[in-house]
Design a protein around this ligand. Structure first.
Ligand SMILES: C[S@@+](CC[C@H](N)C(=O)[O-])C[C@H]1O[C@@H](n2cnc3c(N)ncnc32)[C@H](O)[C@@H]1O
Length: 276
């Protein structure tokens, strides 16, 4: 969630007139290289271990993180994206948040961006994230990215939904869990750690990664991976009795980027380059 929207389009017309992206860096949004490295690590690990499950994102904006996640979808799996887009928010506080940060967002712009990289759109739920459990089966998701409203009540409910929708070993990621301008996310995140058994795997400057499942193996494997990277610092922390990795990735080198489909939509896969 942006504190200021200086780098995003300022009118619906401007949004519609944006040139089609030629790479992920052309898609406006908030998805930093360190988090791209971690999404890549967690999602690739799930693929290499053949962990079954679908993908879910709450809060897509123009699709930056969704486009990235869509590259880790296997045949037969579902990627669900939930966003209000240009629909009204469910309450006044959320409405104020939408007007302040995403006033020019349209579903059309998201879809155009997504289709620049992927053959098929994800399953789109254009509605408040509070209703997501009516659209996604319990225990069906291996990875859930929570990045919708940043108000406590909404994030608290999104975390409860994620707990219900994740597979036993699934990973949940929470955006902006420590930012000054959205203290409700911090309260909801650490509240879930303190009261629901959510275990922190790691944190970056912008995102929290956790699981309600087994986490020692994943955390240890992540530590080994990070030890081999010269571009990302990491250290050990303990929170509420849970060991956790803290990552500083200001100089992180971003992983392979999603490939833009050919202008005529022929031939090029929508998958991330290195996964082919
Ligand atoms: C921070 S942006 C998402 C950024 C995106 N994940 C990225 O990587 O660029 C938050 C999004 O959440 C959506 N949103 C806000 N409140 C919501 C709610 N109650 N339910 C569903 N979506 C919501 C907004 O429309 C906006 O697109």
């Amino acid at each position: 969630m942006p504190e200021a929207s200086a780098s995003v389009p300022t009118s619906a017309q401007e949004l519609d007139e944006l040139p089609r992206p030629t790479g992920l860096s052309d898609v406006k949004g908030w998805f930093h290289p360190a988090d791209q490295v971690l999404f890549d690590w967690f999602l690739s690990r799930q693929l290499s271990r053949e962990e079954p499950g679908d993908l879910l994102e709450l809060g897509a904006y123009l699709g930056k993180s969704a486009i990235f996640m869509g590259g880790y979808l296997r045949p037969g799996e579902t990627f669900t994206v939930c966003d209000l887009f240009d629909s009204p928010a469910p309450d006044d506080a959320n409405s104020k948040e939408m007007n302040r940060s995403y006033a020019t967002l349209t579903r059309r712009a998201f879809e155009a961006n997504y289709r620049s990289f992927h053959e098929r759109l994800p399953a789109i739920v254009q509605a408040p994230s509070s209703g997501i459990t009516s659209h996604v089966r319990p225990e069906s998701c291996r990875f859930v990215h929570i990045d919708a409203s940043h108000l406590f009540e909404h994030v608290h409910a999104d975390i409860a939904a994620a707990r219900r929708l994740l597979t036993p070993g699934g990973v949940v990621v929470l955006d902006d869990f420590r930012a000054e301008h959205c203290p409700g996310v911090a309260a909801a995140t650490w509240g879930a750690v303190a009261t629901t058994g959510l275990k922190p795997l790691c944190i970056t400057a912008t995102k929290f990664y956790g699981t309600w499942g087994a986490y020692h193996d994943a955390r240890e494997a992540l530590g080994v991976f990070l030890a081999g990277r010269g571009d990302m610092w990491h250290g050990a922390e303990e929170v509420a009795g849970h060991p956790m990795i803290r990552i500083s990735g200001a100089k992180a080198v971003q992983p392979a980027q999603p490939v833009v489909r050919s202008p005529k939509g022929r031939g090029l896969a929508s998958l991330l380059g290195r996964r082919g």
